[in-house]
Ligand binder design. Structure first.
Ligand code: R7I
Ligand code: MG
Ligand code: MG
Length: 349
């Protein structure tokens, strides 16, 4: 479909759930041979396994809170979103949450909290978390707000409810911007896509807090820009090994070591690749490639899925894969409501 078509909204939200559900199988594995990935994905075609048998994790659980909160308020409401995160955690605490963030979620359940951003600030000796938990649930911000400035602003605030370190919330901003651009059809020109992300992140990472955090954590002056330049270098190469991707970009639980990686997965899989089946389309390639990296596979596949789904649209996702994933059907339904909100927005599309 054209820019911001319903198919793209559905693709983004459903493929994010898919990445989370199928990626759970390999989360934490050091290296995953492509053979095993393909075996796992082939098994999804086996209808005897029943429907919805792959559970979603915290990635989808929190994204669903973001979506529902935005829909309920036709915009961002910090108290409501924080409350939904806490309630969801209270009802299903075993979705695989990060070990740090559970403390925030417990504090957020208190109704006397005067500042809902405070529990996140108290994390890790007051520096806040740089985990990818803000980024993993950032896609819905791109699907709710048509204006880039709003996507930036609200993805950042929404992440800060649990991740107050700039390396955490800036990762969420980057992920939301990637989905925003993809939704507009920007992946038709991959070089421009990565250049625009770099230009935006130059600005995002120019504030005092980002510079200070980068210095303290001994990262490059603008850590996400640095990684995006590496993505561009890897894109330009005809052959790249999985080992190089992992060593250059990472596959870990920090936003810095996973958001640029997810973006690379999407870019790398725009074209057919030798290591991937010929009958796979781009969306299938992206999911398979993300899993083969190992590490934080559910989250990297979830984020890559959102970006790729916004590009290829819902038609690119095999129905048999959708059938296996808990919450995929629900994501499809809510995508339609986000699409309506996005297009009714007074600022226009
Ligand atoms: O970021 P977060 O919500 O975790 C998301 C990940 C995804 O992969 C999910 O699929 C799920 O598996 O978890 O949770 P946090 O607890 O905020 O951060 C995750 C981890 O990153 C922490 O448990 C720490 O190990 C690490 N981490 C830090 N370590 C040292 N110093 C995050 N911030 C810091 C830090 O400042
Ligand atoms: Mg998870
Ligand atoms: Mg994960």
């Amino acid at each position: 479909g054209g820019p911001a078509s319903l198919s793209r909204f559905r693709g983004a939200l459903v493929a994010a759930v898919l990445g989370d559900c199928v990626g759970g199988e390999f989360e934490g594995a050091e290296e995953v041979p492509m053979e095993r990935v393909l075996q796992h994905l082939n098994s999804l075609d086996d209808e005897t396994k029943g429907t919805g048998n792959l559970d979603y994790s915290d990635d989808t659980a929190m994204a669903r809170c973001v979506v529902r909160s935005i829909l309920a308020h036709a915009g961002y409401d910090e108290r409501d979103m924080a409350h939904r995160f806490a309630k969801e955690y209270g009802e299903s605490p075993d979705r695989g949450y990060g070990t740090g963030v559970v403390h925030v979620l417990k504090k957020l359940s208190s109704s006397h909290l005067s500042d809902v951003y405070q529990p996140a600030r108290d994390q890790f000796n007051g520096r806040g978390s740089f985990g990818n938990g803000g980024a993993m649930r950032a896609a819905p911000f791109a699907l709710a707000f048509p204006k880039l400035a709003d996507v930036r602003r609200f993805a950042r605030l929404g992440a800060m409810l649990t991740h107050s370190c700039s390396l955490g919330y800036n990762g969420a901003v980057l992920q939301a911007l990637a989905v925003h651009l993809s939704l507009q059809g920007a992946l038709d020109l991959p070089q421009q896509f990565i250049s625009r992300l770099i230009t935006e992140m130059e600005d995002v990472e120019s504030d005092d807090m980002s510079r200070k955090d980068a210095r303290i954590l001994k990262e490059a002056e603008k850590p996400f820009c640095d990684r995006l330049h590496r993505v561009r270098d890897l894109m330009d190469r005809s052959k790249v090994s999985i080992e190089e991707v992992i060593s250059e970009l990472g596959n870990g639980i920090a936003a810095l070591h996973s958001v640029p990686t997810a973006i690379f997965c999407v870019l790398h899989c725009l074209e057919p690749r030798e290591c991937l089946p010929e009958n796979y389309g781009g969306l299938e390639r992206t999911i398979a490639y993300s899993l083969a990296l190992g590490g934080d596979t559910d989250t990297i596949a979830c984020m890559a899925g959102a970006i790729a789904g916004a590009h290829y649209g819902i038609e690119a996702i095999p129905q048999s894969w959708i059938n296996c994933c808990e919450g995929a059907e629900d994501a499809d339904v809510t995508a339609e409501r986000l699409h309506a909100l996005y297009h009714q927005s007074p600022q226009g599309g």
